[in-house]
Design a protein around this ligand. Sequence first.
Ligand code: CP
Length: 286
Amino acid sequence: MELLDLATRIESRNIVPDMRGKLAALLFFEPSTRTHFSFDTAVKRLGGNSLTMTGTGNTSAQKGETLSDTLKTISQYADLIVMRHVVEGAARFASEILDIPVVNAGDGTNQHPSQAMLDLYSIQKTQGKLENLTVGMVGDLRLGRTVHSLAQALSDFNPKFYFASPGHLQMPRYIKDELRQKGIIFEEIQDIKPVMPELDIMYVTRIQKERFAVLEDYLKLKDSYIITKKFLKNVKSNFKMMHPLPRVNEITKEVDDTPYAYYFQQAKNGVFMRQAIITKLLKLNW
Ligand code: CP
């Protein structure tokens, strides 16, 4: 809630945190557009500086340097590390061996917490609240990390969830167990269309091609959910469609021009939330 408040105040320019003289290392071992550039934008809007690594191609990892040594070295230069890595738990590992703050910018199929925070910020902006919303999550709920973090984050606000996923791509058991323990109602469904009139938010994710071991398995599932304008006939007036992006074909372009599409504003909100995260972690003055 503190981060949501900070993001709101930063967006409205009620506060202008000062990151001058500080440096964030943006370490993207996996590809990224939004998370990388929104963190970089956030750093620069705060007046700070950034070091960027995209892939390990031009680093001494190519000479056999361990992840641990790479991180310990970079932490000598930076005040904060933002890290995306293919291995689940990599950011937690970094946080355990380093003395500076580490932000998990996505670890494999596990979690994407700064995305969840910007998603909460987007939901609060569009719905005027976080409590008691009906949220449909659609697509690859097993390998897509954003929905894991968002389901956990929203579970503090008494949501009702519909989970629509194809084949074996259901929401992981540990997330469902957590929801049951908290008394959160969720239903696993195949077809999202019949519940569209109930939804406040539909959160669509792509099928995570890069995480399939066998291409044929991906090809069988890749067109399972394609949301078109036809899906939007009987939705509520406050209904919004969100997507962490990148999208492949799961939302058709015609949807972009409807008042329900919110995914590009959602990406913009990422800058304000990431400014808030950096402000809190580095205890910036404003
Ligand atoms: N939403 C998100 O994580 O997008 P990128 O993979 O482009 O960073």
